[in-house]
Design a protein around this ligand. Structure first.
Ligand SMILES: [Zn+2]
Length: 149
């Protein structure tokens, strides 16, 4: 298996496609959650933070299909924002959209995927794909810790 590394440090719990979670910070002073995790709260500038793991499912806030290749991304590719139940809006690459397309409000699930290769290593990032059989009138299912057993 080729060597893999995350595209940024301290952003994913692992590189496993089906169990990795995003790392964020919760401020013990104002209670708000910032992503990615930081040593200083982006809302109140407090330093009393704890690291938390975000849920793997959310909904598309907005998206776009890019038809011009850039650097290591072949066109077309999709990017957008996904709202997670913790109140965090995550900017992300979107996978698995080619067949059925995307809709605002669609339920999405996080996975990891190869972003590009550098110095013989696969650089891996988080991305979100549409949940099979999603329904817009149902609440997003919370991530249970046993979901990725
Ligand atoms: Zn704060």
């Amino acid at each position: 298996m080729e060597k893999q590394k995350p595209f940024l440090p301290n952003i994913l719990t692992s590189l496993d496609p089906t169990s990795a979670r995003l790392l964020a910070s919760r401020c013990r002073d104002c209670g708000r959650i910032g992503f990615p995790a930081r040593p200083v709260c982006i809302f109140c500038h407090g330093r009393n933070l704890e690291e938390i793991q975000l849920g793997r499912r959310g909904r598309i806030h907005t998206f776009t299909i890019c038809r011009m290749p850039v650097a290591d991304l072949k066109a077309p590719y999709a990017i957008g924002y996904v709202d997670l139940p913790e109140g965090v809006r995550v900017f992300t690459r979107i996978s698995g959209w080619e067949e059925k397309g995307l809709e605002i409000g669609m339920e999405m699930e996080m996975e990891t995927g190869r972003l590009y290769e550098a110095e013989g290593e696969a650089v891996v990032a988080y991305q979100f794909h549409p949940v099979e059989g999603w329904r817009g009138d149902q609440p997003v299912a919370p991530t249970k810790d046993d979901d990725h057993a």
